[in-house]
Write a protein that binds this ligand. Structure first.
Ligand SMILES: Nc1nc2c(ncn2[C@@H]2O[C@H](COP(=O)(O)OP(=O)(O)OP(=O)(O)O)[C@@H](O)[C@H]2O)c(=O)[nH]1
Ligand SMILES: [Mg+2]
Length: 326
């Protein structure tokens, strides 16, 4: 394991891929090894600019990542691409399964593109992506791009692990804007109007103005940064430097205000607590006394005979004090 850690720190891509496979494994012994691996490389993590890229299906996330990734490589960065996609069915449906969209990036030595982990609970997938991100940083990647499809809770999970959260939208009328949930607007550090090309270019200007107005109405995440709107065409690789300038300006503003450090510290703290609640629940479910009590009381709760909080308390008591069978 120490050898694997050393190889990862050395920038060995195959070792990095093996390390990520290890953190993605659900086997208990693998999980323990993954914990050791992360502990070994921890001191060498944190060096990347962490960017989340979210947006509705088909808005151009993968195309933008390809264009942005290549642009970054041209300016001497090393780019890792990961994904959070709990919804993807197994067998080719992966969010990054369309490697054709990132064909060139995938082939570059300065890039590392990892398809999304096996579908599972959002918590599980997010956890693995987070650990994969740390391994990529340890391996010397200084930009990590995390793609997530704009449905459900995955944006929240991604926003909780990145420095800069980028919301990708397509040109369209006011109705389009209505479709974006206010909650997601609140997460955005940058709104990128993609597909600003061809027939859509004229509409893109209006859309950008609409989003700029809408951003004024949401509560800012921090006083250190006012979210911006940028336009680009991922397909024609135009405006990509503007997107990156936005990310850098955000990074500088947060760093200057001490906000980046604070944000990351908070993210780590929250991660610990979410790990704790997930593993507590897991242990409780596997505890014979607690699960037997839960099974017994569930029927009473379902029948409306017992208040759910009372049942929960009894299950917890069976777990913490198995001798005391209420
Ligand atoms: N005109 C135009 N088309 C684009 C642009 N970016 C992406 N597209 C097209 O939009 C379609 C979807 O692009 P993707 O990059 O796969 O979109 P995505 O958001 O990753 O999609 P999912 O991963 O399925 O959610 C493809 O046909 C792209 O060629 C752009 O800047 N301009
Ligand atoms: Mg995609």
């Amino acid at each position: 394991l120490s050898e694997l850690a050393a190889q990862i720190l050395d920038g060995d891509r195959r070792a990095l891929a093996r390390g990520i496979t290890l953190v993605e494994s659900t086997r208990d012994d693998h999980q323990a090894e993954a914990d050791d691996l992360l502990t070994e490389v921890m001191a060498r993590t944190g060096g990347a600019t962490r960017v989340g890229i979210s947006g509705a299906p088909g808005v151009g996330k993968s195309t933008l990542i390809e264009a942005l990734g290549l642009h970054l490589i041209d300016t001497s960065h090393r780019v890792a691409v990961l994904a959070v996609d709990p919804s993807s069915p197994r067998g080719g449906g992966s969010i990054l399964g369309d490697k054709t969209r990132m064909g060139e990036l995938t082939r570059r030595a300065e890039a590392f593109v990892r398809p999304s982990p096996t579908a599972g609970t959002l918590g599980g997938v997010a956890r693995r992506t987070r650990e994969a991100m740390l391994l990529c940083e340890a391996s010397g990647f200084d930009v990590v791009l995390i793609e997530t499809v704009g449905v459900g809770q995955s944006e929240v999970a991604v926003e909780a692990m990145v420095d800069c959260f980028l919301l990708l939208v397509a040109p369209g009328g006011g109705d389009e804007l209505q479709g974006i949930k206010r909650g997601i607007m609140e997460l955005a550090d940058l709104v990128v109007v993609n597909k600003s090309d061809g027939d859509l270019e004229a509409i893109a200007g209006t859309t950008a103005a609409d989003y700029a107005n809408a951003l004024h109405l949401v509560r800012p995440k921090t006083t250190a940064w006012e979210p911006r709107v940028v336009r680009c065409s991922a397909l024609e690789a135009r405006g990509i430097d503007d997107v990156w300038h936005g990310v850098e300006a955000h990074h500088d503003a947060l760093t200057g205000a001490g906000e980046l450090e604070r944000r990351r510290a908070n993210q780590s703290r929250e991660w610990m607590w979410s790990e704790l609640s997930a593993s507590m629940l897991d242990r409780l479910r596997h505890d014979p006394a607690a699960s037997a009590t839960a099974e017994r009381l569930e029927a009473e709760v379902a029948a409306g005979k017992l208040p759910a909080p009372v049942a929960a308390e009894q299950v917890l008591r069976a777990f913490t004090d198995p001798g005391d069978r209420a």
